[in-house]
Write a protein that binds this ligand. Structure first.
Ligand code: TEU
Ligand code: CA
Length: 538
């Protein structure tokens, strides 16, 4: 029988297809390359892969600008290459989740070509079109995440269209039921092909306020002072009308009804919202009738990964997501790799991987994270990300986390490609290659495998309840429990040692392979720098 609940507590490995493995020497990763490397992914012990978009696209935003939802971009291969990938993954016991970017299309999508052709064609209302103000300026003050107004003038219709991201990413009009139907057909197309689930890009941007009301300024105390206003004036506006609209819940229910026609399909919705991210996660994942999980940005920011930070976030989760399900990540293709963002030593990386595998929720690991790759230094001449090119040097863009995966250190391109890679392979990454770590028992790669295996061996970690996360000195402590298994987790998130009292009752030490401490002669847990203590009741 199929396990309908396979996603609960699953470990999902994120693949950025341009940078995973090139199979034909054009310097760009592709689906055949991914298929070749699936045995490696399976060897990590993960449950599933999430592949960033590989659909037909002009690649202005590297695939997050889709011009055909139901085909593979020739750069990445063909639909039959995808079928082989899917089949290979399934034989290896891996589920496959694909990345659907439904909020906007590429401006090269035939729907947009038709929509912009006139004000009265059948798709005239498929995107968010609006008349200028009497002085010719945009209909309201909304801003784009990638800079400037969220409105682009179109000379033919003599109207503006909405784009929350690049000007080449026009937002679809979800208020139009035909748009919803067309997108749900896309969902069916891939489910019929056999995919196990979806990562849904920017699900909180699906709807915009019907009346297109101005956004108010963001109260000063809610602004992120670490972001330069030139780079992101977006951060100074309160986006209450341009996203997170109430109508979204109804669409997500329609989406879920389609998923529920299939035996075990699942979805994780990406919710980027600095102020209300967890509340929205709570709304969207409660009730088993919308998305299964929401992908959280809480640990993708610059906030240091301290005991205070973890316990504060988890307390908030207990408050607002009690009924729902989170999906945690420390790194992805949009943010500075966490080894660099948090300036972590190898010991700190190990402790955080251990803690991550003990968290309640599902987990996303980003390719190369298991190798401890630092953010790559990419020279301005080599930059590819339009967001980085626009705002250099205040913001260097997202290329530093998107450089090719390093498989070997025996050649310049790290085994990624025989041609010239689309982004240079980081020389600092070569000594951390998969091959180098496979032959070094002390390497982080083996720690990730052991931490994932530890999680899989304990149902309480995969799907159990948790007690409130407490801060004890520089450590966090909590228990996880499921049926008759109860596990106590303590992780010291500091280079300073820390003493934690033994929990009440009878416990025995587990997780020695993760460096877990046991009780000392005084009956307390003496945690060394970045050391965990893992205890099983009984
Ligand atoms: O990202 C949405 C999002 O909110 C993040 O964009 C983030 O704020 C931004 O990348 C700055 O770091 C998703 C995709 O993950 C991203 O790659 C796309 O560019 C974006 O949607 C538009 O589709
Ligand atoms: Ca290729």
């Amino acid at each position: 029988a199929v396990d309908k609940d396979w996603w609960r507590g699953a470990v999902i490995y994120q693949i950025y297809p341009r940078s995973f493995q090139d199979s034909n020497g054009d310097g760009i990763g592709d689906l055949k390359g991914i298929t070749q490397r699936l045995p490696y992914v399976a060897s990590l012990g993960v449950d599933a892969i999430w592949i960033s978009p590989f659909f037909t696209s002009p690649m202005e935003d590297f695939g997050y600008d889709v011009s055909d939802y139901c085909d593979v971009d020739p750069m990445f291969g063909t639909l039959s290459d995808f079928d082989v990938l899917l089949d290979t993954a399934h034989k290896l016991g891996l589920k496959v989740m694909i990345d659907l970017v439904l909020s906007h299309t590429s401006d090269k999508h035939p729907w947009f070509a038709e929509s912009r052709a006139s004000r009265d064609n059948p798709k005239a209302d498929w995107y968010v079109w609006a008349d200028p103000k009497p002085d010719g300026t945009p209909p309201n003050n909304w801003l784009s995440i990638f800079g400037g107004p969220a409105w682009q003038w179109d000379g033919r219709r003599e109207q503006y269209y909405l784009h929350n991201f690049l000007t080449s990413q026009p937002d679809l009009n979800f208020h139009n039921p035909d748009v919803q139907d067309a997108l749900l057909d896309v969902v069916r197309f891939w489910l019929d092909r056999g995919v196990d689930g979806f990562r849904l890009d920017t699900i909180n941007f699906y709807f915009a306020d019907k009346q297109l009301r101005d956004n108010p300024p963001l109260p000063v105390e809610m602004r992120d002072s670490s972001i330069a206003p030139r780079v992101n004036p977006y951060n100074h506006q309160h986006h209450i009308h341009s996203k997170n609209q109430p109508e979204n819940l109804e669409f997500l229910r329609r989406f879920r009804a389609v998923l529920d026609e299939y035996p075990a399909a699942t979805a994780v919705g990406e919710v980027g919202d600095a102020q209300r991210g967890l509340e929205i996660m709570g709304e969207y994942t409660a009730g088993d009738d919308k998305v299964h999980m929401c992908y959280s940005f809480e640990f993708l920011s610059g906030h240091a990964p301290t005991a205070d930070r973890f316990s504060e976030v988890m307390a908030r989760v207990d408050e607002v997501v009690s009924e729902g399900w989170a999906c945690w990540a420390f790194s992805n293709h949009d943010v500075i790799r966490h080894a660099s963002r948090w300036d972590l030593t190898p010991a700190a990386q190990r402790a955080l991987a251990t803690l991550m595998m003990c968290l309640r929720g599902s987990i996303c690991i980003y390719q190369g994270e298991e190798l401890g790759l630092p953010e790559a230094d990419v020279a301005f001449e080599d930059l590819q990300d339009p967001y980085g090119i626009e705002f250099w040097p205040e913001f260097k863009g997202r290329d530093g986390c998107r450089t090719p995966m390093v498989w070997e250190n025996s050649n310049q391109n790290g085994g990624f490609s025989e041609g010239r890679p689309w982004l240079p392979v980081s020389h600092a990454h070569l000594p951390l290659s998969v091959a180098a770590q496979e032959s070094n028992p002390a390497a982080l790669l083996h720690h990730y495998r052991r931490a994932i295996a530890f999680r899989k061996a304990h149902p309480s970690l995969v799907k159990g309840a948790h007690s409130p996360m407490k801060r004890v000195g520089t450590a966090v402590t909590f228990t996880r429990s499921h049926d008759d298994e109860t596990l106590f987790c303590a992780v010291n998130l500091s280079v300073d040692p820390c003493i934690v009292d033994m929990p009440e009752g009878v416990w025995h030490q587990v997780g020695q392979e993760l460096g877990s401490a046991g009780p000392g002669p005084d009956g307390k847990l003496h945690l060394g720098p970045w050391q965990p203590a893992l205890l099983l009741r009984g």
